[in-house]
Design a protein around this ligand. Structure first.
Ligand code: FAD
Length: 440
């Protein structure tokens, strides 16, 4: 008889696991709390715009995501435009393609550029793309770094090994843009993976799914049975069966459960976790952010694609992206999507939309006084990104090696692999492979 699998959460991790298990002959049912699928990699349609709620770009090196884009016949779109850093009332190009680009950039001074160049030359053997592979590879890369450095944070290490200016204007603003929190909370070891990205064409060429990230989630879901508006309230064990109770729906029994929600959610509905499951779930912490989007006239942001705003320069806005570069426009308008520093997001999280729109607009006008904005949408992300501390990486690695699959319950998601959508997607594929090997 075919084994039955419940997948909880229709984000990219859950959908990938469900799809691979379905292809391998398992009977799979997906339960999703929201009325839409895709989780943090979904899009909304409003006022003629298709707007990505969370993940809005990936790099050429995302092997798993690109594999599924090809498999479903979707179109990969390269995003043109410049990455820039804000400093001294202006934007400075940070081309991110070669050492020469760094040297010609005016984002940091000559002394810092020389120190950075020297640091990068010394790291030439290190493989920054391992950042996108899996937590085991990240841990392996980190194992080549002395433990005293790993236990420190990336900001302190960059200040010591390169310069404080590089730590503030490049490393910290990169991690605040990409991880939504300060490099002071990221293990020092990740400096060895983050810094080489500044000079790697493969890691800095940005792309997206043409027509919006939702297309990928929808392509998965077309092959699957997915219940939306079905938040799971309990998962209990009964004589070897796993009983899943979604709100407003009948209880169902399954042989295997894959939980692909953020770790914080699992704590509330998994009734009797094992000691090891409880321990790994408890140590996960998330960065928070709010993304605030405004309509702007097309061409207002010229060739800027993504702007990093160092914390030293502005305490509210961490970054903004020019959605026009992804081809998003309606009539004469496009969108600017602004991400907040975690410190500001925490303060504003419970405020009204009107208040947040007004605060962020004021700050944005300090950065770009010539650009007129009109409110579009804002989104509060209380679990934007897992924090990849040294402890987190090592704990997850141990869990995956020894404890994944206890009582036929598997975990998947970005928190269990490498960061971002690629980590989540690859985590779903890895879990599916493990279940296929063990249970078929
Ligand atoms: C603002 C923002 C911007 C980002 N930008 C990028 C980017 O540019 N590039 C990139 O690669 N990554 C980016 N990321 C990160 C990326 O979006 C995530 O790493 C990835 O989408 C996580 O996928 P996931 O499947 O692990 O989790 P999720 O997408 O969070 O999926 C989990 C799903 O579980 C559902 N769920 C929760 N509780 C329950 C329950 N009780 N019952 C049933 N379902 C439940 C949720 O509704 C959700 O759909 C961004 C994230 C955010 C927030």
């Amino acid at each position: 008889m075919k084994k039955t699998v419940a997948v909880i959460g229709a984000g990219i991790a859950g959908l990938t696991a469900a799809y691979e298990l379905h292809k391998a002959g398992f009977r799979v049912t997906v339960f999703e709390a929201n009325k839409y699928i895709g989780g943090r990699m979904s899009s909304l349609s409003a006022d003629g715009f298709i707007f990505d709620r969370g993940a809005d770009f990936f790099v050429l090196n995302y092997k798993s995501i690109r594999h599924y884009i090809r498999e479903f016949g979707l179109v990969l779109k390269k995003i043109p435009g410049d990455h820039v850093v804000f400093r001294n009332k202006g934007f400075h190009r940070l081309a991110f393609h070669s050492l020469g680009d760094i040297i010609s950039s005016r984002a940091v001074g000559i002394w810092s550029k020389l120190r950075l160049g020297l640091f990068l030359l010394r790291q030439q053997g290190s493989d920054a793309s391992s950042y996108f592979r899996d937590v085991g590879t990240i841990a392996q890369t980190l194992n080549t770094v002395p433990e005293s450095l790993l236990r420190g944070n990336a900001h302190a290490l960059a200040s010591k090994l390169i310069s404080e200016e590089v730590a503030d204007y490049l490393i910290d603003s990169f991690t605040r843009t990409m991880h939504f929190h300060s490099s002071k909370e990221i293990t020092g070891g990740l400096l060895y993976l983050v810094a080489p990205m500044f000079v790697s064409d493969e890691l800095s060429t940005l792309c997206c799914v043409s027509g919006g990230m939702q297309k990928l989630a929808d392509a998965f879901a077309r092959q699957l049975t997915v219940h939306v508006n079905a938040p799971v309230e309990h998962i209990t064990q009964n004589n070897g069966d796993l009983v899943v109770t979604p709100t407003g729906k009948k209880k169902c029994c399954f042989d295997i459960v894959v939980i692909a929600t953020p770790a914080t959610k699992v704590r509330s509905f998994l009734d009797s976790p094992t000691k090891e499951q409880k321990a790994v779930l408890q140590q996960v912490t998330y960065a928070q952010t709010i993304t605030v989007s405004y309509k702007i006239l097309t061409h207002s942001l010229k060739n800027i694609q993504c702007a990093y705003i160092p914390y030293k320069e502005n305490k509210v806005i961490a970054e903004f992206t020019n959605e026009e570069k992804k081809g998003i426009s309606a009539g004469a308008y496009s969108l600017v999507s602004i991400g907040l520093h975690e410190e500001a997001a925490k303060k504003l999280m419970k405020q009204s939309d009107e208040h947040i729109f007004a605060v962020v607009k004021d700050e944005f006008q300090k950065l770009c006084p010539q650009v007129k904005v009109q409110n579009f949408v804002l989104m509060r992300h209380s679990e934007a990104m897992p924090k990849f501390s040294y402890r987190h990486i090592m704990r997850v690695r141990r869990f995956l090696a020894h404890d994944q699959g206890q009582n036929n319950i598997y975990f998947a998601g970005d928190w269990l692999n490498s960061p971002w959508a690629e980590g989540a997607c690859a985590s779903g594929a890895t879990v599916a492979k493990m279940i296929i090997n063990k249970h078929r």
